[in-house]
Write a protein that binds this ligand. Structure first.
Ligand code: NAG
Ligand code: NAG
Ligand code: NAG
Ligand code: NAG
Ligand code: NAG
Length: 166
């Protein structure tokens, strides 16, 4: 597999039926998605939303910084294409960040099995490249999603958004 590949052309936003490749920006790792106030607990200790954290996580394996686009209603973030699989995209930590990012926008998350469909190797509960500097990860992003197959925001809240690993 390719551990570090430019995912700009291989990372997509997927609609319930039709998907398109997101026009991912190249300025800096960031997100133009806005979380609704009831989900501010998902922010890390630097007040970064899970969408910004997701951008940081994907940028580790990208050639140019990833921008996580806002999600239109009823849309969800898709996992990597086969050619875009990486230790970043195939980590449950990244999946949990994107799931939280979708939920905080009142959009939809997909199952872990759907997200990781194209991953020949998956990384449950770990982020092999190492936590990127500049974005502390909440403890709940390490939730075990392999048993239930889906990120559980209620469980994440009960774990707490303030426990930081870096
Ligand atoms: C959380 O992040 C959002 C951006 O999505 C920001 O508008 C808000 O002020 C942050 N709130 C806290 C408490 O960190
Ligand atoms: C898997 O990747 C292929 C392209 O390599 C893509 O067409 C397909 O939509 C992907 N499947 C999922 C479930 O993401
Ligand atoms: C969230 O989405 C539902 C429909 O999926 C809608 O009924 C509700 O008004 C939305 N809430 C907000 C705050 O946008
Ligand atoms: C996850 O997959 C199951 C079927 O395996 C489905 O019933 C459920 O709705 C899916 N959940 C999400 C969030 O996609
Ligand atoms: C999510 O977690 C909560 C709290 O542990 C639990 O009550 C609920 O059943 C879980 N939901 C799913 C779909 O597993």
């Amino acid at each position: 597999m390719l551990p570090c590949r430019n995912l700009l052309s291989s990372f997509a936003i997927l609609a319930t039926a039709v998907f398109f490749v997101a026009p991912v920006g190249i300025v800096a790792q960031s997100s133009d998605a806005t979380c609704l106030p009831p989900y501010y607990w998902m922010n890390n200790s630097k007040a970064q939303s899970p969408c910004v954290i997701a951008a940081y996580l994907m940028t580790v394996c990208a050639v140019t910084p990833v921008v996580v686009q806002q999600l239109p209603p009823t849309y969800h973030y898709a996992g990597p294409y086969a050619a875009g699989q990486s230790t970043c995209a195939c980590s449950t930590v990244t999946y949990s960040a994107f799931s939280a990012c979708a939920i905080c926008q009142n959009a939809t998350e997909i199952n872990w099995s759907q997200w990781s469909f194209n991953c020949s190797t998956v990384y449950p509960g770990s982020f092999p490249p190492g936590i990127p500097s500049g974005t502390p990860l909440p403890q709940w992003m390490f939730q075990d999603v392999t048993k239930t197959d889906v990120f559980n925001a209620t469980l994440a809240l009960s774990v707490g958004g303030t426990l930081i690993l870096s």
